[in-house]
Design a binder for this molecule. Structure first.
Ligand SMILES: NC(=O)c1ccc[n+]([C@@H]2O[C@H](COP(=O)([O-])OP(=O)(O)OC[C@H]3O[C@@H](n4cnc5c(N)ncnc54)[C@H](OP(=O)(O)O)[C@@H]3O)[C@@H](O)[C@H]2O)c1
Length: 250
C-alpha cells in the first residue's frame, strides 16, 4: 500500500494525479484552498483512503494544516507539490506579479521545507526507503518570458531551489529523492481558454507521463518528446538572441 500527499489537488494536473493514484489503490492526503473540490475526490474514492485538509500555501498556518495531513497519512512515499499560479502579464499589473511570486516561490518554500524537515526526523525513512518529493515547475523556467515575467522567473526559482535542496540532502544524508516536473502546455484552468497553445496535451496524458517519470525516480521530468526537443533547442539560444526574439508570445 503506497501513500502520497498532494498539495494543489483541487483541479488540473494535481487533481488528475490524485485520481490516477487513487485508482491504483494509493492512500492519499490531498490539500488546496477549495475544499468542495477535494471533497468530491474524497467521495469518489472513500474517506478511509482519501484524507483532506484545507491549505493556502501563502498562509503561515499552512504548516499546521500540513502537520494534520501528515498525521493522517504517516510517512508518505510521495510528496507531490502541484500548487501554482500562472498567467501572462505584459501590462505588469503589480498585484498579479506579486501574487504569482508569492504563491510559486514563498508558498512552495514554506510547504516543501516543512515536509523536508518532517522527513529528517521521521525514522521510517531510510536509505532503502527514501521519501520522494516532486514539484511541478515548468518549461517556462528555461528563460525569462517577456509576456510572463513573474511566472517564468518563479518557475526558474522553483527548479533552482529543488536543485539546492537535492544537494543539501546529499550533504546531510537525508533520505529523500527529488523530481522536478517541467510540463509544457497542459489543458487546465491555468491556461487562457481564449488562446491557442501549441502542443497542448490533456491532463490525463500529462498525468500518465508524470507518473511514469516518478516511477523511474527521474530527477527532471519533461514530456512529451516534442517539449524535450524544444527545451534542448531553447537552452542553446544565447541570451542576446533570446531577448531579441519578439515574436515569442506564449
Ligand atoms: N497547465 C499548464 O500548461 C502548465 C504548464 C507548466 C506548468 N504548470 C504548473 O502546474 C501546476 C498546476 O497547475 P494546473 O495547470 O494544474 O492549474 P490549476 O488547475 O489552476 O491548478 C492549480 C492548483 O494550485 C492550487 N493553488 C493555487 N493557489 C494556491 C494556494 N495559495 N494555496 C494552495 N493551493 C493553491 C489550486 O487549488 P485552490 O485554488 O483550490 O487553492 C489548484 O489545485 C502549477 O504550478 C503550474 O504552474 C502548468
Amino acid at each position: 500500500m503506497k501513500r502520497a500527499i498532494i498539495i494543489g489537488a483541487s483541479s488540473g494536473i494535481g487533481e488528475q494525479i490524485a485520481r490516477d493514484l487513487a485508482e491504483q489503490g494509493w492512500t492519499l492526503g490531498i490539500a488546496a484552498r477549495r475544499v468542495e473540490a477535494l471533497e468530491t475526490i474524497q467521495n469518489d474514492y472513500g474517506a478511509d483512503r482519501v484524507f483532506i485538509e484545507q491549505i493556502d500555501v501563502n498562509e503561515p498556518m499552512a504548516t499546521e494544516a500540513l502537520d494534520r495531513l501528515v498525521a493522517k497519512v504517516a510517512a508518505p512515499d510521495l510528496f507531490f507539490y502541484a500548487s501554482g499560479l500562472g498567467g501572462q502579464n505584459p501590462q505588469l499589473e503589480e498585484s498579479l506579479e506579486l501574487r504569482i511570486v508569492k504563491t510559486n516561490c514563498e508558498g512552495m518554500v514554506r510547504v516543501v521545507d516543512h515536509f523536508l524537515n518532517y522527513v529528517k526526523q521521521e525514522s521510517r525513512y531510510t536509505v532503502k526507503h527514501k521519501a520522494h518529493i516532486a514539484v511541478i515547475t515548468s518549461v517556462a523556467g528555461t528563460a525569462g518570458i517577456g509576456t510572463a515575467p513573474a511566472y517564468s522567473a518563479s518557475k526558474k526559482m522553483q527548479s533552482t531551489y529543488i536543485s539546492a535542496l537535492a544537494q543539501l540532502c546529499r550533504m546531510k544524508k537525508t533520505p529523500v529523492v527529488f523530481s522536478d516536473i517541467r510540463p509544457g502546455f497542459v489543458d487546465t484552468a491555468i491556461l487562457n481558454p481564449n488562446k491557442h497553445y501549441p502542443m497542448c496535451m490533456s491532463r490525463q496524458k500529462a498525468s500518465k507521463c508524470i507518473l511514469k517519470g516518478l516511477k523511474r525516480r527521474r530527477r527532471v521530468i519533461i514530456f512529451d518528446w516534442r517539449f524535450v526537443c524544444l527545451v534542448a533547442f531553447w537552452n542553446l539560444i544565447p541570451r542576446w538572441l533570446w531577448e531579441r526574439l519578439t515574436f515569442v508570445k506564449n
